[in-house]
Design a binder for this molecule. Structure first.
Ligand SMILES: Nc1ncnc2c1ncn2[C@@H]1O[C@H](COP(=O)(O)OP(=O)(O)OP(=O)(O)O)[C@@H](O)[C@H]1O
Ligand SMILES: [Mg+2]
Length: 235
């Protein structure tokens, strides 16, 4: 079977800075694939290039058999690719419910049923449906950002450091939800600095160092690799 997402030899620059250096990887239907790496490794640059927010100098991104290169970001969403960006970026002045409604704007049909599904996944959001998003805690904003992305009924959900800045208990909750989504059949590309948590949920992983993929393997292989343990899992 063709992979749902195929990234081939991607090279991305910011002016003269070569941030992503010939990256290739793929995500298959139903998988959780993780990209792990330290600050500045090129993780967000890779995700932002896949969604069309940035453009690569060379290389290609193929999603469901279609080359994305020139497709603008809003069209990418309507094709079934949703990104929860680093730092959440929910609409701070809007209520929880209004934020969720915004997530459904790229497709036709009613949002009510999807909203109920999101509330089942995140009961905390249901309690706070009329609350202004800017007054939610960091963890609740992360849940809202994920819920909003799910409202577009993505075929591939990309999460950019969902655990960033969250207390351990909330990190656990977010990863439990990632597991639930996986069980329900959602395909996920997960970017994390929290290598331990990410590799524990992932089917496969790729390790990025200064713009290059240096290692890849199953989540289990990477978790038990001495080199990865030393560099990313605290010894
Ligand atoms: N707008 C920009 N202009 C110039 N350089 C940039 C820009 N955005 C990112 N970079 C550089 O590109 C490299 C990759 O950055 P990127 O944000 O992709 O890293 P990251 O792996 O997501 O890191 P983090 O874990 O800190 O979010 C870094 O060296 C960064 O300084
Ligand atoms: Mg980043």
């Amino acid at each position: 079977m063709e992979p749902i997402l195929k990234v081939e030899n991607l090279n991305v620059y910011y002016g003269s800075i070569h941030a992503v250096k010939g990256i290739s990887f793929e995500v298959n239907q139903g998988e959780i694939v993780t990209l792990i790496g330290a600050n500045g490794a090129g993780k967000s640059t890779t995700l932002n290039t896949i969604t069309g927010l940035l453009h690569s100098r060379t290389g290609s991104v193929t999603f469901l058999g279609e080359t994305l290169g020139k497709v603008p970001p809003h069209k990418v969403v309507s094709k079934g690719l949703a990104l929860v960006p680093e730092g959440r970026r929910v609409f701070l002045q809007m209520t929880v419910e209004e934020n969720l409604e915004m997530g459904a704007f790229t497709r036709s049909g009613t949002a009510a049923e999807d909203m109920e599904q999101v509330y089942t996944l995140f009961p905390r959001l249901k309690e706070r449906r009329r609350q202004i998003a800017g007054t939610l805690s960091g963890g609740e904003q992360q849940m809202l950002a994920m819920g909003r992305a799910l409202m577009s009924r993505p075929k591939l959900l990309m999460l950019d450091e969902p655990s960033m800045g969250l207390a351990p208990i909330l990190v656990e909750q977010i990863f439990d939800i990632i597991r639930d989504l996986h069980q329900a059949g959602t395909t996920i590309l997960l970017v994390e600095q929290n290598a331990q948590a990410a590799l524990s949920v992932a089917d496969r992983g790729y390790v990025l160092e200064t713009g290059r993929i240096v290692t890849s393997g199953t989540g289990k292989e990477l978790l038990t690799s001495p080199a990865i343990k030393k560099a990313y899992l605290g010894g």
